[in-house]
Design a protein around this ligand. Sequence first.
Ligand SMILES: [Ca+2]
Length: 207
Amino acid sequence: MGTHFFLFVIFAVVLTEVELAKITTPETTLDSPVPHHQPDKELEAPSPNITIANIISTSLYTEYHGPDNTIDGDTFSSWNPLGEEYFITFELSERYTVSGINLLNQGDYTHDVTKFKLEASNNLDSWYLGGSVDDVQAGTHEWQSFDGFTASGKYLRIIFTETYSGYKPWLSELSFSGHTGKYVFLCYCVMKFSIKTHIFTKSSIYI
Ligand SMILES: [Ca+2]
């Protein structure tokens, strides 16, 4: 009696978390519905774990009040942008998946941010929406933390879409939390199983 074989196949893919996030979050879907975030007011400064390498671009700003004031660790220095669009583009030290944002308004109501959105990119050309917030509390100079973001990439662009008064924002501090991309290793293999001998035989393995 001939030997019968069954083939067992396990598919394998090697994907970074960045790539996985891109699959679940289509690029340039800037009008897509986004999760709602509840502010978590904190009295003390949060401990962000994402390292910002550079500020790539930003809105025009008044002298001595550039976007670097949002990441200088000084709660009394602030970014005072000009114009009609208020954004900062950061280059991160490596690819990250950002899940949380910590924000410190100046607390004067007039210039306090109430809404913003976060976009991510790996090449500065294609951007996708990583989440937005529409309930930032105004009138307080205390840290507010928001989570639930899924922004993966080497670059982040945070866009401030509304202030309490409708006037331009003055932002004291900003930081991000999340994690680096980790490889998920899977394997692809084909196994033979002999009914006669009850022995699995490895046919091929690719990693
Ligand atoms: Ca500052």
